[in-house]
Design a protein around this ligand. Structure first.
Ligand code: SF4
Ligand code: SF4
Length: 342
């Protein structure tokens, strides 16, 4: 009997949604478990790093890696997994382009740490505790001092392919179970597109598969933009034509238009189509082409409607974009402190 393909799964800076999408395969999971051997999957099984180190190089058939690269531990693990795997797949928007946590790259690391641990209104941190590389703690009960070590955060969050070579990308935040399933089938049948391709999704825009496409006018001209909380959209009518900023025209399809079916405009989590070099740039140029204005005050009225243009246009894409952000320019003073407690 021939050996089953070995599969690994690793999470970096992840919200857990990508792992959830694996679970959402539901009964199809049984087929997956029949077809492959899972050799590493820290979110669900108690494998250790040493288990991976013991495997021969190139012996894992495919490893899925989700989440962005934020810690030095992530760098170490993905380099190890690259060595052990024939195919590495960037799974989900964070791994492919940086995703939502990548918006932190608008700030340097100390601004991020200080906001998170000292400033947000819900924080209760009178001792100003913050994760540092080295923390010395006095254990009064046994009159002993111990040193706790945490992996350092990188100055910026990186997409996976800025750290290791990536063979394929599965888009989405998270990828839908069908997209994941399509990709798995292609992998198991060995029907793979050229290296560097997107697996499981379409190379057509979301509008192409959107059930509201028939109602989308050939030419859209908007005098105003509406935000989702401001209106109850008219059912059965293209959301963009109703003034809601739907990014379907510039976003890769294949998700089944799930958000649109729930009356929510597309926010772009399937990323750009092939050959688009900057998702946000493409989105901006599309939006600019559909805004109808007479003069500057008229344009400003529309512009001011969106409080965070970068967050809208680069929601999933900032670390992979041409504009990048300012992260990485300054060394962190906060996390390099040695802190003592107790
Ligand atoms: S791609 Fe989306 S679902 Fe997956 S880890 Fe990132 S934020 Fe979570
Ligand atoms: S713009 Fe949005 S709502 Fe309109 S057809 Fe495209 S994906 Fe559908």
């Amino acid at each position: 009997m021939s050996e089953k393909p070995k599969v690994g799964w690793y999470w970096c800076a992840s919200c857990g949604g990508c792992e959830e999408s694996f679970v959402d395969l539901a009964e199809r999971l049984l087929t997956v478990f029949d077809a492959v051997d899972i050799v590493f999957c820290p979110v669900a099984m108690d494998f250790k790093k040493e288990d991976v180190e013991k495997l021969p190089d190139g012996s894992i058939t495919v490893t899925f890696i989700n989440g962005g690269i934020r810690l030095e531990e992530h760098v170490e693990m993905v380099k190890l997994l690259r060595r052990k795997s024939k195919i590495v797949i960037a799974y989900g928007a964070c791994s492919a382009w940086g995703g939502i946590p990548g918006l932190a790259n608008l700030y340097d690391l100390d601004e991020v740490l200080s906001r998170k641990y000292f400033e947000v209104p819900s924080i209760d941190n009178p001792d100003k505790v913050v994760p540092c590389k080295i923390t010395k703690v006095k254990l009064k009960e046994v009159d002993e001092e111990i040193e706790l070590e945490l992996p350092k955060a990188l100055p910026a969050l990186l997409p996976l392919d800025k750290v290791i070579e990536v063979d394929y990308y599965i888009p989405g935040c998270p990828p839908t179970p069908d997209v994941f399933w399509n990709a798995l089938e292609a992998l198991l049948k060995g029907e793979l597109p050229p290296k560097g391709s997107v697996l499981g999704a379409l190379n057509k825009s979301l509008c192409d598969e959107c059930p509201l496409n028939e109602t989308k006018p050939d030419k859209i001209l908007l005098k105003d933009l509406k935000r989702p909380h401001e209106v109850i959209p008219e059912e059965g009518k293209c959301l963009l034509a109703q003034g809601l900023l739907c990014l379907g025209p510039v976003t890769r399809g294949g998700c089944g238009a799930l958000c649109i079916k729930a009356n929510m405009p597309c926010t772009g989590c399937f990323g750009p189509l092939d050959n688009i070099i900057d998702y946000g740039g493409k989105a901006l140029s599309y939006i600019a082409s559909i805004i109808d204005f007479e003069d500057e005050p008229d344009l400003n009225k529309v512009y001011d409607k969106i409080p965070d243009w970068v967050g809208i246009l680069y929601r999933y894409y900032l670390p992979a974009s041409k504009i990048g952000g300012k992260a990485g320019l300054k060394k962190s003073k906060i996390q390099d402190r040695v802190v003592e407690y107790g």
